[in-house]
Design a protein around this ligand. Structure first.
Ligand code: SPV
Ligand code: MN
Length: 650
């Protein structure tokens, strides 16, 4: 079983500093008086030694301590402009950042968990043995910050006072990365010591963009040292590879939940949002989806926004599941963000007032950003992720270059959103009553279905599949994406799955507070239901209806139809919700397309999962029992009604 603290701490091995005196001496020799004085607020020995070792390894010209003050934030933003990492746009407080053309998403092929000899690492991830990683980090990070400023930021991933928040250091030579951290996380400089002491740990992240040249990208690396909860990010700039407060530390939080708080905590790739129901009550949802599959859209469809990417969850003393967002902002995909589907986000993107870092979109000659699917007229030319751009131009493979990269993003603090809820700052989290899982599934599952019980719910998570999106460099095809979290699960999948069964099946959850666990799918196409176009069967605004159906279900106020895969909505209920919530006429023909069970493809999907999981060691038997039960039920239905079963036949 995985344990922390095993094996050498790579940065300490390279930096060679092991005492507090030694650390302060090195820092004094390398810092100006002002920053040296600021750092004295921090007295935690391990934190100071970590910072000193990072400095000893990276050898920056100067060290800047970011206390989160207005003056410090301004220093960071000015430095980003001065270094050319960002450029100012016409709208006040808007800037644009570009990553290299070849690094427009997570570089999964160069991303590794650092592991000790005997540790099991997820079969869906790369690992590098500790000694090899030591050599690689030493090789690539020694002196990497020469001539540059090393910035040190002190953040907390979650509201101060929450039992599942994590203090984390971001140490980087990139002002863009620091600026992004200031927008996306809570700066906790004043309380870092106290929180690290109370929670008993802190995470550390060390990054340098190096020279930021295309020829260095083969030597880019993203390392997660699980045992020492320290990340190393080298020769890259895309925030998903560099701002490792986000997915780097999410990976450590998964380890913590699975191996130290088994059955009591979870760390998920989930949005958190509240839906208003009858009488104005708010019912809280947390939902997983792979990158680029509507997670932000779902969060924004809620009335009370808490988060769009990550959730730390725990079973509280009162028998409820509580969730907090470790982040305080959005690093959201802008493709297809438009007034129709995303009015709140558009408000911040198109009207003055918010601070926004854009990345990899098209900038026109008036310094205005444009992106694919925004519902506006796109200019004929401008500058984008690959350089000068003109409408109709093609790349080296003869493919048309889109106006913006499909993984272009906007970075902003969430409290400016119209539907932001200040429950996001509650250290007790929000009481979570609905859990959803979804993926980009064009032909198999209905728009919404609710699990029979928690074991079936866990299996919905375990069997998420999704078409690849632009968030990962070089990804293609349809992939298994368990819990939409697979890319970040460090340890054996079986351990993670067992912890899910224990958590959602826990006796500590009160029976009247057990969450509804459900699947969502926004990507069914006409083609998969007898039509000939690849048009989607639904629209973005329908999301409110699917969520509201689950809201009613969580309060046992709505009936449903039982099927082998779970409960599906009745037509009349949906018809009413469509009318009441989004004033749309919903007809039975569409309902039949969306909710009929296409048995053969569902059975094929189950068989694919059984085969893939069959290769994995030490999986809970429960997974196969649930899959077999669903399969047998589906086959029985097919024997009775044929391969397509309408809801009215059930
Ligand atoms: C995602 O791709 O899931 C993101 C952005 O949220 S990244 O930081 O790349 O993970
Ligand atoms: Mn994500």
């Amino acid at each position: 079983m995985f344990k922390t603290g095993q094996g050498i701490d790579i940065v300490a091995e390279i930096g060679k500093i092991s005492t507090l005196d030694g650390a302060w001496k090195l820092l004094k020799d390398n810092m100006d008086q002002e920053n040296f004085a600021k750092l004295h607020k921090i007295t935690n020995e391990k934190v100071i030694i970590k910072i000193a070792n990072a400095a000893a390894m990276c050898q920056p010209e100067s060290i800047f301590i970011n206390t989160g003050s207005d003056a410090d934030k301004k220093f960071v933003k000015d430095l980003a402009l001065q270094k050319g990492e960002e450029k100012s746009l016409t709208m006040e407080n808007h800037t644009i950042h570009y990553d290299l053309n070849e690094e427009q998403g997570r570089i999964t092929d160069r991303t590794y968990f650092i592991s000790n000899e005997d540790e099991l690492v997820s079969t869906l991830a790369n690992k590098m043995l500790r000694n090899d990683a030591l050599k690689d980090v030493r090789d690539k990070m020694t002196g990497i910050m020469k001539g540059h400023t090393m910035m040190v930021g002190f953040y907390i991933r979650g509201p101060i006072g929450s039992p599942v928040s994590n203090p984390a250091l971001e140490i980087t030579s990139s002002a863009y990365v620091t600026h992004s951290a200031d927008l996306l996380y809570r700066n906790a400089f004043d309380r870092f010591d106290e929180q690290a002491e109370k929670l008993g740990h802190f995470y550390a992240n060390i990054h340098s963009e190096g020279q930021n040249r295309p020829e260095d990208l083969p030597n880019a690396r993203v390392f997660m040292d699980r045992a020492h909860r320290t990340t190393y990010s080298i020769n890259c700039t895309y925030a998903g590879n560099t701002l490792l407060l986000k997915k780097g530390n999410h990976r450590f939080s998964i380890d913590m939940a699975i191996y130290e708080k088994t059955g009591v905590e979870l760390s998920e790739h989930m949005f958190i949002t509240g839906m208003k129901g009858p009488g104005g009550r708010v019912t809280w949802f947390a939902g997983a989806a792979p990158s680029g599959c509507g997670k932000t859209t779902t969060a924004m469809a809620g009335d009370c926004f808490v988060g769009d990417d990550l959730a730390q969850m725990w079973i509280a003393e009162d028998g409820t599941i509580r969730s907090i967002n470790p982040e305080a902002g959005i690093f959201g995909i802008v493709k297809d963000v438009n007034n129709e589907g995303d009015p709140y986000l558009m408000e911040l993107l198109r009207k003055p007032g918010a601070e926004v870092i854009w990345s990899n979109v098209l900038i026109d000659d008036k310094l205005v950003p444009h992106w694919e699917g925004n519902g506006e007229e796109c200019p004929d030319s401008g500058f984008n992720f690959q350089g000068e751009w003109e409408k109709g131009m093609v790349d080296g493979d003869g493919k048309e270059v889109p106006c913006s990269h499909f993984n272009s993003r906007c970075t902003l603090t969430y409290n400016q959103l119209e539907n932001y809820s200040d429950s996001a700052e509650d250290p007790k989290g929000v009481e979570t009553r609905v859990i959803t899982y979804s993926g980009r599934d064009s032909d198999t599952m209905p728009p919404v279905w609710a699990a029979k019980n928690s074991d079936h719910g866990v299996v919905i998570g375990a069997t998420v599949v999704s078409a690849a999106t632009a968030a990962e460099v070089g990804a293609s095809g349809v992939k298994r994406s368990p819990w939409a979290n697979a890319a970040f699960i460090p340890g054996a999948l079986g351990d993670y799955m067992e912890a899910q069964f224990q958590f959602f099946g826990s006796d500590s959850i009160s029976d009247d507070k057990r969450p509804v666990m459900a699947g969502l799918n926004y990507f069914l196409t006409e083609k998969a239901r007898g039509g000939d176009s690849s048009k989607l069967l639904g629209e973005k605004k329908d999301v409110r209806v699917w969520l509201s159906w689950l809201e009613r279900k969580a309060h046992s106020e709505i009936d449903s139809i039982e099927t082998p895969i779970g409960h599906i909505p009745k037509f009349e209920d949906l018809k009413n919700l469509f009318k009441e919530l989004i004033n749309k006429d919903y007809d039975e023909a569409l309902y039949d397309k969306q909710f009929s069970l296409y048995i053969d493809i569902i059975v094929a999907r189950i068989d694919m999962q059984k085969k893939a999981y069959g290769k994995e060691k030490n999986l809970p038997d429960r997974l196969f029992e649930v899959l077999d039960e669903q399969r047998a039920g589906l086959v029985a239905l097919r024997d009775k009604f044929g391969p397509v079963v309408k809801p009215s036949q059930l």
